[in-house]
Design a binder for this molecule. Structure first.
Ligand code: NAD
Length: 320
């Protein structure tokens, strides 16, 4: 990436901020576009002032113009937590559709490569396990989660159409549940919720009977995978995730133990269309990108808990 100029949409969000950081470390210039719907300038404030970094407030669903050369577009703008996309259903559909259209238009105009941040949610409540890229998914098009799942499925279709009919150099990353420092303690995703509850001694709220599984990937691994895809000429779609699968009950108990907490586990109602299982088959990423996750869940969770401990006691906490 050294010497290249990269646009990161959603760059002030959780994943986007790490991408901006790593790209700058690798010698790239970075233009971060964000409307701060679910992200915050605070996530990239440590980068502001670096000559190679520009933060631009921009709603990707409106007019998007970036002057000068662009070599790569990492299209990460979109609410990602269920609590966020259920609060912003239309915005989520718009950024997945119109936002992706504008990101692809930018890549086409600049003759740049574009990597789409797609998601394991395109597999819906999967009937194939683990999930390979060849699986088409099981998504309810009118369920509450459809605003996110279908927006991403549309974004994949649009990206493929730009590649096939306009010759734009694109790639699709299907990212599985990623966690790490800088997640918002109240963003509604399981890991920040469990950690916050464990650290504050509140009941840890597990949905359903806790037997549903997820496979969690530490942010550094996800970022490595996305950057490996960006640096390759592979179109994907390719799964980026950690196959280490665990039930939600196991996850809650692991977090409670690592946090040294005595919080009880409380079972609450399971959300509609919540997937029963989730595990990536990462063979394709290993073969085509030479990538596989390296951080085991205990190490990653420990690092994340340490960060949350500091964050929750900070007077500048964005604990919202
Ligand atoms: P996030 O909510 O922290 O970041 C998303 C960013 O996009 C935010 O900064 C938000 O303000 C910005 N944004 C939203 N709508 C926008 C618009 N119209 N114009 C400009 N900016 C806009 O979420 P995240 O976890 O960092 O996820 C980033 C991307 O990765 C998303 O596209 C998400 O679908 C994808 N993804 C994430 C995960 C995960 O586990 N974190 C898993 C699969 C896919």
């Amino acid at each position: 990436m050294n010497g290249s100029r990269v646009v990161v949409t959603g760059g002030a969000g959780f994943l986007g901020s790490y991408l901006c950081e790593r790209l700058l470390e690798g010698g790239a210039a970075v233009v971060c576009l964000d409307n701060f719907l679910t992200g915050s300038p605070r996530n990239v404030e440590h980068l502001i002032g670096r000559p190679a970094f520009r933060l631009v407030e921009c709603d990707l669903t409106g007019f998007v113009h970036v002057p000068g050369q662009v070599d790569l577009v990492l299209h990460f703008a979109s609410a990602a937590s269920p609590a966020d996309y259920l609060r912003h259903p239309i915005e989520t559909l718009k950024v997945g559709s119109m936002g992706t259209l504008h990101a692809l238009g930018l890549a086409a105009e600049k003759d740049a490569r574009l990597v789409l941040a797609s998601t394991s949610e395109v597999y819906g409540d999967p009937l194939e396990h683990p999930q390979k890229e060849t699986y088409w998914g099981n998504v309810n098009p009118v369920g509450p989660r459809s605003v996110y799942d279908e927006a991403k499925r549309f974004a994949e279709a649009l990206t493929t159409a730009y590649r096939d009919s306009r010759g734009v150099d694109t790639a699709i990353a299907r990212i599985f549940n990623t966690y790490g420092p800088r997640m918002r303690p109240h963003d509604g995703r399981a890991i920040p919720t469990f950690i916050r509850q464990a650290l504050l001694g509140e009941p840890i709220t597990v949905t359903g009977d806790g037997s549903q599984t997820r496979s969690i990937c530490y942010v550094d691994d996800t970022v490595d995978g996305v950057l490996a895809l960006a640096a390759s000429d592979f179109a994907g779609p390719v799964n980026i995730g950690n196959p280490a699968e665990m039930s939600m009950s196991e996850l809650a108990e692991t977090i409670r133990d690592l946090a040294g907490s005595a919080s009880p586990v409380r079972f609450i109602e399971r959300p509609v269309d919540d997937p029963a299982v989730r595990r990536p088959d990462t063979t394709l990423a290993e073969e085509r990108l030479g990538w596989r996750p390296r951080v085991d869940p205990l190490t990653g969770l420990r690092r994340t808990i340490d960060w949350f401990e500091k964050e929750l006691s900070s007077p500048y906490s964005v604990a919202s």
